[in-house]
Design a protein around this ligand. Sequence first.
Ligand code: PEP
Ligand code: MG
Length: 756
Amino acid sequence: MARSPNMSGSRRLLARVRDTMAGAGTAQERLDGIATTIAADLVAEVCSIYVLRAGEILELFANTGLTPEAVHRTRLNIGEGLIGIIAQRARPIALTNVQDHPAYVYRPETGEERYHSLAGVPILRDGRVTGVLAVQNRTQRQYTEEELETLETIAMVVAEMIAGGGLISVDELQAIEGLTMLPVSVEGVRLNGGLAIGTAYRHERRISIDKLVADDTEAERIRFGGALGEMHGAIDRMLAASDVASGGEHREILETYRMFAEDAGWLARIHEAIETGLTAEAAVIKVRNDTRVRFRQQMDPYLRERLHDFEDLANRLLNHLAGDPETAPNSPETRDIILFARNMGPAELLDYDRAALRGLVLEEGSATTHVAIVAKALDIPVIGRAAEVMATVENNDIVVLDGDNAEVHVRPSEETLQSFSDTLNARQQRIAAYASLHDVPAETKDGLRLSLSINAGLFIDIQNMKDTGADGIGLYRTEIPFMESNDFPDVDRQAELYKRVIDESDGRPVIFRTLDVGGDKGLPYWKVDEGENPAMGWRAVRVALDRPVLLRHQFRALIRAAEGRDLSVMFPMITEVAEFDSLVAILNQELKTAEERNRKLPRLLKVGTMLEVPALAFQMKALLQRVDFVSVGSNDLFQFLFASDRGSPLLADRYDPLSPPALNLLGELVRQCDEAGKPISLCGEMASRPLDAMGLGGLGFRNLSMTPSAIGPVKAMIRSLSASDLKRYLDTLLQSHEHSLREKLREFAVDHGVMI
Ligand code: PEP
Ligand code: MG
């Protein structure tokens, strides 16, 4: 790489700063020396170093050029004045005339009114601001990008000095970092329910590096090249292994890593940082910190999500540089891990030993992050948006993760821990009891047999189906593998995926639902105008009918995957019968083409529809003449029936599916399907809750599809129920106009010994 004169200049300055740091004197004297060195080197009249103190105060710690008495006297709040703004935004600022800036605050004790221009950068450590470094000039000077870069590099060195504890006490540093040893509870949003107790493990290890400034830049360049090559090799080996050992979703994700690992911009920034005189490790950390700050300010959720790919790569690179690639952050020694991360990719989660993983807490993350989908499949509690949690937790802290109430208790008190342990023990005993139901049928006390299937989308779910003893896959959400991919999977890739699902299901039925994208289920590589009401917008079969190529490819892949075996296909969001007809016409066309090409057709093809748009409930007669089966999508059906956003926490408990209008509608659907002799199932979240599932059984549903972890509890409920008693009772309740029948049904369950 060509080296510019500026880079060697910055290298000289860095070497001087290093010498000052290593020189004699107290930490304060050395910090003063650094300020003088920077001012001289950058031809600035002022150089100030502010350090963050407890209480979020920035204190002027070292200075050349301003009134000496200002040192330790000038104190600013975060967000106050230009220095406070730099700290608040964690971004550099360069101004030719500070007085013009609205945030400018004049401090008479500093005598800084003589200075017009200013360049300041945050002092960052582990992505957290620990101070501000700034230079000023009398003239209206325009600072260059290189000068700002140089300041950022020096700021990194100063950050290490602050963290060393010589300037402010270690106690105060810990207070600033929030590392109090007191119990702390942090609230977030529920991404997956459940309860777990374990020890904390921070996904992002704080890799401490001894040396920031390089003795020999050429040697660092070579070290970096070596580590990069090793890392590429390791990812390639993981990719090769993923073909043999794991699901398609792993491969997709690793391919993304491989792509990011070769990102020219990212690598160029690391190279540049090495050229400024940093060691290879320091250069990787600098670019990781810069990337973190840049991506944090990204509004685009997809780009924000990509941040953790780069973070993970940087950490992997640091491990390779340390010659210690095996101590990747996925091998903690502790058992019962509750994992804490700012955010992470799904593959990273799968890297951890599943047997040891008990829960996940994310500082960012929303319900649609891929890691939440994987965590759900792993059946561990997850909370997201746990603000500042990374600043409160340390490795090996005892943690209680209450996914149901979206709360994490770090270092809980004895009493808190005891009461959660009791609850957990009781739950575990119940789970053990469910395992014993694996091979027994879901049959009521009065001999009525139900079929319980799982909702799936990841390969892991197939194992879940076997482990729980479910009867099949009642809803395979094909959009999930699409969401895991970097681009639209082509016909071959889809066929391979669907074939594997059919193969591994060992003859148990699988219902493939065609793509339900749009609404809350976005594909990162496919941007559409979402409109004002995405859930009611251009989604699911509406997209398929307007862009039939996508659907044709999906049909082609499904036909190819089934070859000679049974195939069940279901459409999402059908609103009118004519849509079903049009989709079937496309499917028939694909079957015809497959036949012409002498492909083996499915042995038995069943085509059905989701019933999740209320309008379809008023076309049952015509619909039932066409479909082979119907599956009620209660998540969407009730959001449209009650005009109540399914994702809104404010509305979550406002309307109840166990209420007369909802149950009457469901009962009517069952009646019509029974009359027409067409099977009806329900595959929304409702089926996963034992009490709700009891209500469904009472209405006459014989097929339910649910999240895998619900199979045991729902089966236990069914085996303790007398369906005829419930039906009689329910018939009387359905005439009422109450807000909810939940309590009445709960009382019935308690009185009749039904396990809910
Ligand atoms: C539903 O709407 O109930 C359903 C099962 O589909 P999804 O949750 O995938 O929208
Ligand atoms: Mg739906």
